[in-house]
Design a protein around this ligand. Structure first.
Ligand code: NOJ
Length: 569
């Protein structure tokens, strides 16, 4: 496999509004990120994905962009961004920007001009489509609920609609239009020329549309509609020309690292989408979310426990195994609740669980992405009133729960468990007011446990989640084992339910990663292990919580939440 500059790197995602506020306005900003670069460097971060910082009305928290080549004043300005780039580079950290190319904001000048004149050039940048038989052009449901079609602002009396697969304020861009594509290439190159080394590409499967806008068979939501994602899946084989052109005209110019938000990856499509000849360097492993979100509403989302989560992760690892593509394993991101609260049973929704799950995740094959706060074991936040939520999706789901006849308490419990706001509450830096995130009024609720769950209290505690993550990263980079952790094969090991285990294997080393999520201790007889040679070669490289290796008896005992990384040969 040809080695690339990003192989073996550790990535970290920043959700800027909630990371660190430097000027007391209650919103995180670029200067706040700069002030924490040493912290990130000490943790071992080398790639920094920053969720959108472009000018935006923030209907969907910056994923609705009104100017692609600037910085929203809430976050700073281009000069501060340049400083962030150079300060990050000094610490060997590369910046990855978020590219939201399926849609812009309804406040973008393109959309405003398009609405003002339906014959303008900009009108061709969007899907303006006539209704069919007095109805909307088709029956697709948007990602945030309701039809993907709405009347064009200013033309409400006419039988013409615009398409938005996400919120109303996020009109879809028409990738069929070569002029629009040129505009897109320009904006991507604008950031490459500034020194950005890569991109995370948002909702990219949605860019292909069938221009006859057919209906799809209604799905299980009983509203006669079909989720827009069903259309994406049908049109997957038409996306190639767009993405190849994007890659050639932009990413390839500067050997960029790119990571796609792509669901529905199959054995057939993985090489097409990721790797040396793929559209992107890598894709996130979103397979657990695919299972959960195959149900239309939060109230129907299934509960995922460690075995279910591990099964998804392992299937993905195997899918990428014989390709030159790396997957990007994640436990959570800004669209998901906290992994510790979501994939672990209640007795492990704490520091023990955070270390256990972190150990499991950080040694997988690929480029691991840590989401801000994951490294200190942040859990879900307690939302006690509908007003505590900010996310438009959460508000829609509260409305839906109440419409279904649930009480406020029941609705809060359901939405509180699944909402993306869990990941968006401010990072907990210390035990001072507002967890040291801001000296002002934070834009979103601060996690209830900030007085003891925070970065400051963990920095000097050798047993903290934070220091455990540092050790995991250091081990991944350990000179003797980094080849194995980067390029070695993944092999699943099936033991008893609740015990998650796999190997990383190459010609030189065999490493076992094992984590016990059960309520009782687990004992593993190493002499039965297929890679165990002898006690002399066996080494406990790292452990979390209760884990003891007895080499005289070739026995490993893991307590509740115990996890271990063992070099077998
Ligand atoms: C995926 C992003 O991660 C999410 O936050 C956003 O709401 C949608 N795409 C729409 O851009």
């Amino acid at each position: 496999m040809e080695h690339k500059w990003w192989h073996g790197k550790i990535a970290y995602q920043i959700y800027p509004k909630s990371f660190c506020d430097s000027n007391g306005d209650g919103f995180g900003d670029l200067q706040g990120i700069i002030s924490k670069l040493d912290y990130l460097h000490d943790l071992g971060v080398e790639l920094l994905w920053i969720s959108p910082v472009y000018p935006s009305p923030f209907v969907d928290q910056g994923y609705d962009i009104s100017d692609y080549c600037n910085i929203d004043p809430v976050f700073g300005d281009l000069a501060t961004f340049d400083r962030l780039l150079s300060e990050a580079k000094k610490r060997n950290i590369e910046i990855i920007m978020d590219l939201v190319l399926n849609h812009c904001s309804s406040e973008h000048p393109w959309f405003k001009k398009a609405c003002a004149d339906l014959n303008s050039e900009e009108a061709g940048y969007f899907y303006f489509v006539k209704g069919k038989d007095g109805k909307k052009p088709n029956n697709l449901r948007s990602y945030f609920g309701g039809s993907v079609w709405d009347k064009i602002p200013g033309h409400e009396q006419e039988d013409i609609y615009y398409s938005h697969y996400f919120a109303k304020a996020q009109p879809d861009l028409n990738w069929n239009n070569p002029k629009l594509r040129e505009e897109i290439f320009k904006l991507v190159n604008f950031w490459i020329d500034r020194g950005v080394r890569g991109f995370r590409i948002d909702a990219i499967l949605s860019i292909v549309k069938d221009l006859s806008f057919p209906d799809l068979p209604a799905d299980s939501a009983n509203d006669g509609m079909s989720h827009a994602a069903n259309m994406n899946a049908k049109l997957l084989d038409r996306i190639g020309p767009y993405l190849n052109e994007l890659k050639e005209r932009t990413f390839n110019r500067a050997d960029c690292f790119t990571v796609g938000e792509v669901l529905t990856v199959t054995k057939e499509s993985v090489k097409e989408f990721a790797g040396d000849h793929g559209y992107f360097s890598t894709l996130f492993d979103l397979s657990p979310r695919e299972v959960i979100e195959s149900h239309p509403h939060y109230v129907e989302f299934p509960t995922m426990m460690p075995d279910d989560y591990a099964r998804c992760v392992f299937n993905t690892q195997e899918l990428y195994q014989n390709t030159d593509a790396f997957v990007a394993p994640i436990m959570e991101n800004h669209d998901e609740p906290r992994g510790v609260s979501y994939y672990l049973p209640d007795y492990l929704r704490n520091a023990t669980g955070a270390k256990c799950l972190g150990t499991f995740l950080m040694m997988l094959r690929g480029i691991p992405f840590i989401y801000q706060g994951q490294e200190i074991g942040m859990t879900n936040t307690e939302f006690t009133s509908p007003d505590d939520f900010d996310d438009l999706y959460a508000k829609e789901e509260i409305r839906y729960c109440l419409e279904c006849g649930m009480s406020i308490e029941e609705s809060l419990k359901i939405v509180g468990r699944h909402t993306r706001d869990n990941a968006r509450t401010p990072v907990l830096w210390d035990d001072s007011a507002n967890a040291g995130f801001t000296t002002g009024k934070p834009w979103l609720k601060v996690h209830q446990d900030y007085q003891h769950l925070n970065v400051k209290s963990q920095l000097n505690d050798p047993d903290s989640v934070l220091n455990h993550y540092k050790k995991l990263i250091a081990l991944r980079k350990d000179e003797a084992l980094s080849e194995t952790f980067t390029y070695g094969k993944f092999e699943r090991l099936t033991l008893q339910s609740g015990v998650l285990a796999y190997y990383r294997v190459d010609d030189h080393h065999k490493v076992l990663i094992i984590a016990n999520t059960n309520t009782t201790p687990y004992s593993y007889d190493l002499s039965q292990d297929k890679y165990f040679k002898d006690s002399e070669h066996t080494q406990l490289k790292l452990s979390a919580n209760e884990a003891s290796l007895n080499l005289e008896q070739n026995n490993l005992v893991l307590g509740v939440g115990g996890a271990a990384i063992i070099q077998l040969s």
